[in-house]
Design a protein around this ligand. Structure first.
Ligand SMILES: Nc1nc2c(ncn2[C@@H]2O[C@H](COP(=O)(O)OP(=O)(O)OP(=O)(O)O)[C@@H](O)[C@H]2O)c(=O)[nH]1
Ligand SMILES: [Mg+2]
Length: 300
């Protein structure tokens, strides 16, 4: 049997709703989401499988300036994600509107014959009038891209965007699926657990601290009825360590509790989670450490 099969990159500004859209399409927590920009740090595959197609969505970090080794890696990841894709989904937050950066990108992909589908995200936050006005802003670009207004939160038009990108995929023999049909991401459970801890830390911590941390799961022991997990939250400075710990460990407790609840939902098992805080100055420029986090610097 023939199926539609291929890769589709999801790109856009930080906080545009790329990871939320990935999760909504896949109906699993593939990629972490937070109100803070620059949540996603590497390309994460969300694999959409049906009888007649396999679409490999590549969730990417937000388009941004680079200041250190990690930023560099994040921006290179985006470039890597858009090579050899059948289409690009450009996420545009409707509450922020269309900017020159996005119209330039649409032009650039158009010139390289890469189909662009704009996901106009977060429409649940605006009224219909705003949706129509924003769609009108796209009218000069209508021969260069398709636009799907959607809400990942309310699951509105999420299936529509899947149908739209599907038509850009080649038809191949069923045996040519890139991944097994029951796989929904390329990431290991260990990586997902580390990301969930980081998501909770991003949620509870403020200012520059969320962007200065990394999470390393260094022990993952799955027993019959429980999973024992040991992880480090790594930060840059002693002063950050004190904040992450909180008064009498209260902040770390909050992060640990909500991470454990989320992880238990994913693994459908009881979880014993121990989190430690380590200070590692300048870790964002430490390539060996970045590799140990699962950011495969050498692969891109
Ligand atoms: N109301 C509403 N909020 C949304 C929707 N989609 C995303 N968000 C919120 O927007 C914020 C950013 O969402 P993410 O999915 O993390 O955005 P992202 O583009 O992956 O961000 P980075 O990884 O930082 O580049 C979060 O607070 C989400 O809850 C939506 O459809 N409706
Ligand atoms: Mg993201």
């Amino acid at each position: 049997m023939k199926i539609k099969c291929g890769f589709v990159a999801i790109i856009g500004k930080p906080n545009a709703g790329k990871s939320s859209l990935t999760n909504a399409i896949i109906s699993e927590k593939v990629s972490i989401v937070s109100p803070k920009p620059q949540t996603t740090r590497n390309n994460i595959l969300g694999i959409y499988n049906t009888n007649d197609c396999q679409i490999v969505f590549v969730d990417t970090p937000g388009l941004n300036q680079t200041h250190n080794g990690l930023d560099d890696y994040m921006q290179k990841s985006i470039k890597g994600a858009v090579t050899d894709v059948c289409a690009v989904i450009l996420a545009v937050d409707i509450t922020k509107g269309l900017t020159k950066q996005e119209t330039d990108l649409i032009d650039r992909y158009n010139k390289s014959n890469v189909p662009v589908v704009v996901a106009l995200t977060k429409i649940d936050l605006v009224d219909d009038k705003k949706v129509f006005e924003t769609l009108a802003e796209f009218s000069p670009l209508m021969d260069k891209c398709e636009v799907v207004p959607l809400s990942s939160l309310k699951h509105k038009n999420v299936n529509t965007i899947v149908d739209v990108v599907k038509k850009f995929l080649p038809e191949v023999d069923e045996s040519q699926r890139y991944f097994e049909e029951d796989m929904y991401t390329d990431k290991s459970l260990r990586f997902i657990v580390a990301e969930v801890i980081r998501e909770k830390a991003l949620f509870y911590l403020d200012k520059e601290i969320p962007h200065g941390i990394a999470v390393l799961v260094w022990s993952f022991e799955e027993l019959d009825n429980i999973i024992n997990i040991d992880a480090d939250i790594v930060c840059d400075k002693d002063s950050h360590k004190a904040i992450i710990l909180g008064k009498q460990g209260s902040m770390l407790k909050k992060i640990g509790h909500s991470a454990r609840v989320s992880i238990q939902k994913i693994v459908q098992k009881k979880v014993n989670l121990n989190i430690f805080i380590k200070v590692k100055p300048n870790w964002k420029n430490n390539l060996e450490f970045l590799n140990s986090l699962g950011y495969n610097i050498n692969e891109i």
